[in-house]
Design a protein around this ligand. Sequence first.
Ligand SMILES: [Zn+2]
Length: 482
Amino acid sequence: MDPVRLHDSMSREVRELPAGSSGRFRMYVCGPTVYGPAHIGNFLTFVRFDVLYRLLQLAGYQPLYVRNITDVDDKTIKGAISGGQPLEEFTRKWTERFHEDCRALNLLEPDVEPRATGHIGEQIRMVEALVEKDHAYVGGDGSVYYRVQSFADYGKLSHFDPEALRQQATNSAGTVNLSDEYERDSVADFALWKARKESDGPVFWESPWGPGRPGWHLECSAMSLKYLGSGFDLHGGGEDLCFPHHENEIAQSEAATGEAFARHWMHSVHLLVEGKKMSKSLGNFYTLADLVGKDFHPAEIRLAMLGGHYRQQFNFTLAGLESSRSGLGKLESAVASLLDTAGLEPSDWSGFVGPRLPREWGGFKNAWAAFRNDLNTPAVLGALFNGLKKARSSAGDAESARLSLEAAGALVFALGLELFARPRPEDQAVEIPGEITRLAELRWTAKKDRDFAEADRLRDELAGKGWLVLDRPDGYGLQPKS
Ligand SMILES: [Zn+2]
């Protein structure tokens, strides 16, 4: 196993991840709420955890990845009712859309993807355990609330000041303006089980406290413990989830089980779009479909996303997507040239892309080190480009080209980059001059005849005339140099 170091939000330190405590590295990530298309800010978070999952596979951690689907909450219920659909039908439609977008962005499927509505029994049992241990009580409105004061460690993840909380709790019984909070003992207390309201329409389940539905925080505790058990290895999500969502998950889970919940916490910092917080009113709110509609390929979008470190605010711009477009072309062109040198066909590339360590990292050693040092994807990309450039210009023999391809293939797997996935320029409306086509045909013939020197000469001649040749499994593509 090659150790990976990662920042932990609770200790605020970069620490080496230990091997999974049960033979597998057990990780849980808070998934989407399925009431509409996810936006690129959501996908930035999911792409980063996908990269972590891939990296852990490559480094030998044998990760077990659980990412949930929130399919019941205020927004999903509202959407279903206003669309005149049963909740299940409404959330299924948006879950399918989420999966389509994930596939387009080349996200691996998690090992388990539990749905909140599929685990109502587990959630009710957890509330029962908390009521029994006096960590929860039935409030004035019939909902069940978690008594935050009963958990001494509350605030340990987000470094929330418990004294301020106690102050609030004291005030809530007295004179402070909390008239709408009468049903709870303290403003900090949160709902574990929500009593049925008229606005819930047909969405409710029977429970020992009457009809209702689970509170949002509860599902992640119930499902992570069910599939991973107490003391699992890593819990993650977007930075906005740190408080109160993850703080509440810890309080519920540790109070219910009496055991430590998760060993390591990872949070992904949100993006800015064109320098501003994404919002519909600013016109910088993008779904994946919006960007594809602007003619960007999901592989270009993914590459752009990897250009930011997960703990730094990342500015996502259309200009950045343009440079990802040419960056991806450079990667493809370098890989195609190494395949040529190795005497391999373009279709052989997929054989290099997988969770296997190369025989040696060679010129890609820095990229592998940056990857394992707090998931520094911008540095990984820089080192990958450099490594490829050097490997290509050193005009080595077939064996050294093959070694470079192994190392690059492992890195490209962990980054989740899809090379040669974009439509060929000839499928688009690009006019290719007859002379260029003739040279490209000559080069393809030379290559098939294994006259690599002549093929290389023709590739250079084409490059001199402003055209890049991209070899593909079933032929070649031509692309004007940008
Ligand atoms: Zn969660």
